[in-house]
Design a protein around this ligand. Structure first.
Ligand code: TXA
Ligand code: MG
Length: 356
């Protein structure tokens, strides 16, 4: 298959290109497009055959459900059998934006897009290009992150091309995404609203709107075999670079010193090591490969760069990667969840967590 790459500037939207993307989707094809979180790989969410193509292109396990993307509340009503008051309040507060809610589904939504579940995840993205494409398609768009299953999510079109060239009909390049980590997922389908995957919209932000919310243990980054995540996708090892990644946790200075020691030991053992550092620490490390995740002054930069950094290591011939950790910030839940998964839970605990 020949994958067509088109550039769309969100400030001067090329209407013909948007219409073409909409047409490809309406006819059952696959189009990757930018959202404010990560690039999505879209298909007609009401057509099981179209959704099946997503699973094939990504190599995604078929029990891992897809998120349906819409542009207005009117588009939500036919998809879900019930909208609890908390869900309406959260939609009012955070849609359009980086939040996904899990509802009880109606018969309109095929089990082929929900991984066989009777619930459906729905998100109303804010990115103007995403919105224009969904509107042009005229149907809810099922869109997982546009990466090969198990690889870091794409935050720019070049990442999508790396994974999807020749596998999908079209890639819409709308530049780098803003946030860089996937949406917060909150289950409102029964009982207390529960966070299934942390993201840019934090627990505190949700609680400001609806009061106490629960947290699915699996969303904290642990992949212990006895914790069965409610979001099926959270059980897979994800975002992993090819080289073994170890995360050093604890007070920043203590962790940095432990990384320096580990780098020295790697060198002595003849290993080529890489390090994931910050603006603040980059100059202190002596390492063959250094990648800067961002600044501790502005943790949003870490969220924005993390997947690009993890992908970039795959082009480097390194034997192992050591990373600083990012605890103690509002975005820590989202960042550490991804980093710990990428590390397959390899953590070195340096000193007392509470000193952070
Ligand atoms: O920011 C995002 O959410 C991006 C952009 C493209 O919108 N999408 C995304 O999709 O991250 P994906 O497929 O990579 O991750 C969706 C996650 C998976 O962990 C999946 O298991 C969970 O959502 N999920 C989807 N439907 C669900 C449902 N009905 N119940 C529980 N979890 C669900
Ligand atoms: Mg994904």
């Amino acid at each position: 298959m020949n994958t067509k790459l088109v550039k769309i500037d969100e400030l001067h939207m090329d209407e013909a290109a948007i219409a073409e993307a909409g047409r490809v989707l309406a006819e059952g094809g696959l189009v990757a497009f930018p959202t404010e979180t990560v690039y999505g790989l879209g298909a007609n969410g009401l057509c099981a055959e179209a959704a099946a193509k997503i699973y094939a292109a990504k190599g995604r396990p078929s029990d891992n459900p897809l998120i349906l993307h819409i542009t207005s509340m009117e588009e939500l009503y036919p998809l879900v059998s019930e909208i609890p008051p908390e869900a309406a309040a959260l939609a009012e507060a955070f849609w359009p934006g980086p939040m996904t809610m899990v509802f009880k589904k109606t018969d309109l939504v095929p089990h082929g897009t929900t991984g066989g579940l009777d619930t459906v995840a729905v998100r109303m993205p804010e990115h103007p290009v995403a919105r224009a494409i969904i509107r042009a398609a005229g149907v809810p768009i099922a869109a997982p992150s546009a990466n090969t299953s198990g690889r870091p999510s794409p935050t720019k079109a070049a990442h999508v091309l790396e994974d999807m060239d020749g596998r999908i009909d079209m890639i819409v390049d709308g530049g780098e995404v803003g946030i860089g980590l996937e949406s917060t997922i909150i289950d409102v389908s029964e009982g207390t609203a529960t966070i299934l995957r942390p993201g840019y919209i934090t627990k505190a932000m949700l609680e400001q709107v609806i009061g106490p919310v629960a947290v699915d243990k699996a969303s904290l980054g642990g992949l212990s075999p006895d914790v069965r995540p409610k979001a099926p996708g959270m059980k897979y090892r994800h975002y992993a670079p090819k080289a073994e990644l170890t995360v050093f946790r604890g007070p920043v200075e203590t962790a940095c010193r432990a990384i320096e020691k580990a780098l020295a030991e790697a060198e002595a053992a003849g290993l080529r090591a890489g390090v994931i550092c910050t603006e603040e620490s980059r100059d202190r490390y002596y390492a063959p490969v250094k990648k800067c995740a961002g600044s501790r002054e502005n943790p949003e930069t870490v969220a924005h760069n993390l997947y690009d950094v993890l992908r970039a290591f795959d082009e480097e011939q390194v034997d192992c990667i050591y990373s600083e950790s990012f605890d103690g910030y509002a975005l820590s839940g989202a960042i550490m969840n991804r980093l710990l998964k990428a590390a397959g839970q390899r953590v070195v605990q340096c000193g007392e967590e509470k000193e952070v």
